[in-house]
Design a protein around this ligand. Structure first.
Ligand SMILES: O=P(O)(O)OC[C@H]1O[C@H](O)[C@H](O)[C@@H](O)[C@@H]1O
Length: 575
């Protein structure tokens, strides 16, 4: 692949919203916005002093390319050393911004990169942990534990689990299979040092997790996977220049995109519906954590909708903007035709065409700028996540009970139980159908359904969840989102609680008949995952969100979801 930096092309078809976008750009020009943006002029976002301080201290990502280009030889040398030491597999473990970039890059470069095979662990589901453990050559696997703060519960638990496994194999030498990526001074640095980790990569300060794609968090896994990180950064550099402080506002690709998204959100088109070819589907996960966590606060925000089954124009309300991200040379006809039909029907459509997967370097940067700019239009601080903590606090409280009593506290009785499934709802009903009908009966135009699956991700389950989303979209014309817990807690979880009160939350939980103990702790992975579900449900309810928890019991996850789908089909057909 050549490394010629050429920007991926972007077109904005704003339709009737073009005048509002022009007005916003004019306003930016008047305020000398681009220059102020690069000078971290925090009053472009918010008026309060605390918010401004936070903004100023989290804009180090603007210079990330210049900081990381000189680090490329060091990273590549590390990769050579790891290969020479006989490692045959990499497992990246982290949550949210610390794991999303490897997920996207692994998928996009699956058939191109020739480095070490890579898995990413970002769930406490015991089945998923076991699946990874069984698939890897344990003694020859390098575990990369990525946590900026070094305090996030999940990666620390993953680390403890696999470190104990490695000690069984290698005793005192266990640390040679472990690598840390974290912030200087984090408590994880102390632990990794004590456990003799092979390497500790200290990230540079002033970069929040979701803006860390082009720092060590994205680049170390990318290089291990065999991606040409120098070219990835050079593509980002071209985008950085185009978004730079001297260019005209109308030729600044990040600013234009952000202004468009901000203006559309202000006018109710706040569901950024992403349409991508199959091997870019995980880009949606990355975008979700960036955009939803940055903008979803103070009852406003932009919700990226990824993986929503694409329908004909009439199933969509006026709450959408469609964003197509694909490859210039890939026809992807079905998607492109549907997007064209949506545009013809009056929906705003944004199209971005990449030359090849290395352009993701440029896109990471474009979307980071765009997210910060959209946040300025909305008048919010893009760099905090005040409502993520609510779920963490509720979970921690439950884990204290587990530590004292050995199990989670009993929940109150279900609203109703049927076919082995328990329904816990904010509405009443004495059958599954009645509860589902009442729950979805609360939907208003512009709302969205969010399916929160605290289950083991499998292709079969993904198909079931897609069918569930499709049913709701077709019958109720609602936007639908789906996420696996706890992954989404570090991503769209912020928007669910801090964004507008437009979500209907369908949480799906299970018993864990094949659970996995956590060495040195009085609880299992399954209990941990269920505590995270219960903690988030509590937080959602504290924010008066509309919730329905369906507990599948121990009858099998897929069978349970199939049963739920059947009941939902009945409930929505007679609505
Ligand atoms: O990298 P860490 O400090 O472990 O954080 C991982 C994730 O945790 C939190 O949930 C934040 O809201 C995310 O923005 C962050 O990416």
């Amino acid at each position: 692949m050549d490394s010629t930096p050429a920007l991926p092309a972007m077109t904005l078809e704003m339709g009737t919203y073009q005048a509002s976008l022009n007005a916003q750009l004019e306003k930016f020009r008047g305020h000398n916005f681009t220059t102020g943006f690069w000078q971290k002029q925090a009053d472009l976002w918010v008026a309060d002093a605390e918010g401004q301080q936070s903004i100023r201290s989290f804009m180090g990502w603007l210079r990330v390319v210049d900081t990381m280009l000189p680090a490329v030889p060091e990273i590549e040398q590390f990769v050579a050393e790891v290969k020479a030491a006989g490692f045959r597999h990499v497992v990246v473990m982290g949550m949210g911004g610390s794991s999303m970039t490897p997920i996207v890059l692994r998928q996009a470069f699956e058939h191109l990169a020739q480095g070490l095979p890579m898995s990413v662990l970002d769930t406490t589901n015991p089945g998923s942990v076991r699946e990874i453990e069984q698939a890897i050559p344990l003694a020859e696997t390098l575990f990369v534990i990525a946590s900026k703060s070094g305090t996030t519960a999940e990666p620390l638990a993953f680390g403890d689990y696999f470190y104990a496994r490695m000690q069984e194999l290698k005793g005192d030498q266990a640390g040679e299979n472990f690598v840390a990526i974290t912030d200087p001074g984090s408590q994880f640095v102390t632990q990794a040092t004590e456990q003799n980790y092979r390497r500790i990569f200290l990230n540079f300060a002033e970069v929040g997790g979701r803006f860390s794609a082009l720092s060590y968090f994205g680049l170390v896994p990318a290089a291990l996977f065999g991606i040409d990180i120098k070219t990835l950064l050079q593509r980002a550099k071209t985008m950085m220049r185009a978004c730079g402080s001297e260019g005209a506002v109308e030729h600044n690709p990040g600013l234009e995109l952000g202004a468009a998204l901000g203006v559309l959100a202000q006018q109710g088109r706040d569901k950024l519906t992403l349409v991508v070819p199959a091997d870019l589907s995980d880009f949606g996960l990355w975008l979700e954590q960036l955009v939803a966590e940055s903008t979803g606060k103070q009852n406003t925000g932009i919700l990226p909708v990824a993986g929503d089954p694409l329908g004909s124009p009439e199933v969509y309300g006026t709450d959408r903007v469609f964003v197509y991200v694909g490859y210039e040379s890939l026809p992807d006809e079905e998607n492109r035709q549907q997007v064209a039909a949506l545009q013809a029907a009056g929906h705003p459509v944004i199209t971005i065409l990449l030359h090849d997967p290395l352009d993701l370097g440029a896109e990471f940067f474009r979307w980071e700028v765009a997210t910060a700019v959209a946040s300025a239009v909305l008048g919010i601080n893009p760099f905090d996540q005040p409502n993520v903590q609510a779920a963490k606090t509720a979970t921690n409280r439950l884990m204290e009970v587990v530590e004292q009593q050995g199990q989670l506290p009993q929940t109150s009785a279900p609203t109703t139980s049927e076919d082995g499934l328990d329904y816990y709802a904010n509405v009443t009903g004495n059958s599954a159908e009645a509860v589902l009908k009442a729950f979805f009966g609360q939907a208003r135009p512009g709302d969205y359904l969010c399916v929160q699956a605290y289950l083991m991700e499998t292709p079969a389950l993904n198909t079931e969840l897609d069918a569930l989303r499709q049913l709701v979209q077709q019958r109720l014309h609602l936007a639908t989102a789906a996420g696996y817990g706890p992954r989404f807690l570090h991503s769209t979880g912020q928007f669910h609680k801090g964004g507008p009160d437009t979500g209907l939350f369908l949480q799906i939980t299970t018993d864990h008949p094949h659970d996995l103990p956590l060495p040195g702790r009085p609880y299992t992975f399954g209990t941990f995952q269920n505590a995270q579900a219960a903690g988030d449900l509590q937080a959602l309810q504290d924010y008066n969100r509309r919730t329905l928890r369906v507990h599948l019991g121990s009858g099998g996850e897929q069978a349970g979801v199939e049963q739920l789908l059947e009941s939902l089909n009945e409930a929505l057909s007679t609505k």
